[in-house]
Design a protein around this ligand. Structure first.
Ligand SMILES: [Zn+2]
Length: 692
């Protein structure tokens, strides 16, 4: 049996003859002068020196991750309800890996494991919203060092650049800069597959004459669903399948594009997902809470470049997503970096009946939100063992849906797997557990709105203290229902849900926080302050709660108390965008222009792509009489976010002050065009004698 994640360092592939699809550039010299002869001699010497180095790989690589894709919903994995012909076609002449498991069923952590080939408890990214440590070696970084052009096109907010997975990518296209004034609209957090692939195609048109690594992330299968009307009509209620059929069709178009450019045959294409979706299995509707096959089992299909192989069409042996990056590196003939903890899948291709690997997975979600014991699992062959307060053991060959817990019937097997799990954790767990980086409070609020929040980090050991996640399922489902009601603005319906959770579990920080956010929206500031103080009593540096406390006082027009809370927050977390922004707004309202300038500048520094921050700075410049600077900032705000009535209005005031009345009127008209109820803009037009 293969050991898990043996340090597969420095193994160099010999299985694949790597043939360059790229013609060599030949430099033609002119003849006749001594100078030229010397140059030719130098070139010869240089090329001799070069030939001593191993040739650099040139095979193009495309990694496609279809977020939230259950393996068993693809027809090449046996799905019978409809076909996914385009995804299946990648397997023609390629290899389907039948038993691949994610190391963690959450988007950012799983992609971090995939791209850095490290265990979540080692790299420290175990929840969405955390930040990949600077200096992490990603697959993109390895290929970039080999002269590859590297680009990522991202479909969902969870992988936005700010979370640090952009390391090693020259281009990291993730347009998810949310405005903080509003609770993020859930649909703003994703962009459709067709848009993502179009961007990727545009990049390929400019870069495909050089070796490249393209990472394509399609997020359509992640809730909330929004399938195109034709797919909605075809699949009705079954929006998950509707989104999948849509993605399959987009990938068909993408494959045609590659074929037209002569890229399909020579490219190594790796198709996978970060985790599945429970769709009601075990009482879980989405993913992240449990570690069952519904969310761990993901597809892995490899389309080999022309000339590679032959490789088997199907590999039954189990392995992990952590093994994908070492496989790609080996396929290019490169040594596997020592920081990679996965093992190349090539040995599984070579053996007639390869042994399954031990595969580790985990979820801290129930621990972080409901103070349950962490879930850690180990798959060995057909057995799946889950360590928790009430441990579970399943035989996946006889019971693929994991309905019959064998932990009592097969006690010896369970104990042996538990010991192997313990050994694995102690082998890989660093002497000092990684420190969880502070999560940006705005990010926390956005994630929270989608049902994600984290409170603390356990040690990576088998400490099964705390309630079993299975026993907190009811609260979890209530919690999800409440957060969905908040996202859709139904605060009066959401509040009683969190009140009920607090009845059962009075110290539940998430419930206190959520209830407070409903109360702020309903204008019940005193109640909100009480619940936020409850959060801060348990967790004094809870930045999200401090931020909401300031916002609550601001909504009650108590500027001094709001200012005090935001200043407290900034004193230990100066990078808090919302606090800096709101301190700027408060300072303007109080006529403290120098303070306003300082905070507005800080907000722009933290988030240079934020239109509202540039608008604020422009407004402050205007108040300080710096009209040219004001104009520059306001024009930036408008460029970043064209339908921005306040910025047009502020720009109009700058022109008005400069006595450029015609231009001023034009800006006021634009402000009114985008917001017909903008009274100040209407009055300004009247003042100028212009018609609205
Ligand atoms: Zn995901």
């Amino acid at each position: 049996m293969e050991p898990v994640g043996t340090m597969a360092s420095l193994q160099v592939a010999s299985e694949i003859p790597v043939r360059s699809p790229w013609p060599r550039q030949v430099h033609r010299g002119k003849h006749g002068s001594i100078l030229r002869l010397a140059l030719i001699l130098l070139l010869c010497l240089a090329s001799l020196a070069r030939s001593a180095e191993p040739p650099r790989p040139t095979v193009p690589v495309i990694l496609i991750s279809v977020d939230t894709l259950r393996a068993d919903h693809l027809s090449c994995y046996g799905y019978g309800r409809f076909r996914t012909p385009h995804i299946d076609s990648l397997a023609q002449g390629g290899t389907v890996f039948a038993a691949i498991e994610a190391q963690i069923p959450l988007t950012l952590p799983s992609h971090t494991s995939l791209l850095t080939s490290t265990f979540p408890f080692v790299n420290g990214v175990e929840e969405n919203g955390e930040v990949v440590p600077p200096g992490a070696l990603t697959l993109a970084g390895v290929l970039k060092a080999q002269g590859y052009r590297t680009a990522a096109f991202i479909g969902g907010y969870f992988l936005a650049r700010r979370f640090g997975l952009d390391q090693g990518f020259e281009v990291y296209d993730s347009p998810f800069d949310l405005r903080s004034e509003h609770l993020a609209e859930a649909l703003d957090m994703k962009r459709p597959a067709a848009e993502v692939t179009l961007k990727a195609q545009q990049w390929l048109e400019d870069h495909d004459r050089q070796p490249f690594f393209l990472f394509l992330h399609l997020f359509d299968l992640h809730r909330p669903y929004d399938p195109p009307p034709a797919y909605r009509a075809r699949f009705g209620e079954d929006e998950y399948d509707a989104e999948l059929a849509y993605i399959d069709s987009v990938l068909g178009d993408f494959k045609d594009f590659l074929a037209r450019r002569g890229l399909y045959n020579p490219t190594l294409i790796v198709f996978t997902s970060d985790h599945g979706e429970s769709l009601g299995d075990h009482g879980e509707s989405t993913h992240g809470y449990f570690v069952y096959q519904s969310t761990l089992h993901v597809p892995l299909i490899i389309h080999w470049p022309q000339g590679a192989g032959p490789h088997p069409a199907r590999v039954e042996a189990s392995a992990g997503l952590i093994d994908v990056a070492p496989t790609i590196v080996q396929a290019l003939g490169l040594p596997v970096p020592p920081s990679f903890q996965g093992t190349s899948l090539f040995p599984l291709l070579a053996a007639a009946s390869p042994a399954s690997r031990k595969v580790y997975s985990e979820s801290l979600y129930a621990h972080d939100n409901f103070r349950c014991a962490p879930l850690r699992s180990l798959r060995v062959g057909n057995y799946q063992y889950i360590a928790t307060t009430k441990p579970e053991l399943y035989d996946l060959s006889r019971d693929p849906s994991e309905l019959r817990n064998l932990v009592t019937a097969e006690q010896a097997q369970a104990s042996s797997l538990q010991e192997e799990l313990r050994a694995l954790l102690s082998r890989y767990c660093p002497p000092k557990p990684p420190v969880r980086a502070a999560v940006d409070p705005e990010v926390r609020a956005n994630l929270h709105a989608l049902g994600y929040l984290e409170e603390g980090k356990p040690e990576a050991a088998l400490e099964e203290s705390g309630p079993d996640a299975k026993d907190r399922l009811v609260e979890y489902r209530q919690f999800l229902r409440g957060t969905r009601l908040i996202v859709s603005g139904r605060f009066d319906e959401a509040a009683p849900i969190f009140e009920a959770i607090l009845q059962e579990d009075p110290d539940n920080l998430s419930a206190h926080y959520d209830l407070a956010s409903c109360e702020v929206q309903e204008g019940r500031v005193t109640d909100a302050v009480q619940h936020l103080h409850a959060v801060l009593a348990l967790d004094p540096h809870n930045v999200t709660a401090l931020e909401l406390l300031g916002t609550a006082w601001l909504s009650a027009r108590n500027l001094e108390r709001a200012r005090a809370e935001f200043e407290r927050l900034v004193s230990f977390y100066p990078q808090d965008y919302t606090a800096q922004y709101k301190l700027g707004v408060i300072a303007i309202l109080q006529g403290r222009n120098d303070d306003a300038f300082r905070h507005a500048q800080a907000a722009v520094g933290i988030r240079p792509q934020s239109a509202e921050a540039h608008n604020l700075l422009g407004r402050v410049d205007f108040e300080r009489g710096e009209l040219d600077q004001a104009k520059g900032e306001l024009e930036t705000a408008i460029r970043l976010q064209p339908p921005f009535p306040e910025a047009y209005y502020n720009l109009g005031r700058v022109f008005e002050k400069q006595k450029r009345n015609g231009e001023a009127a034009k800006q006021f008209q634009l402000a009114l065009h985008y917001n017909p109820n903008f009274t100040a803009a209407r009055e300004a037009l009247k003042r100028l004698g212009a018609t609205p």
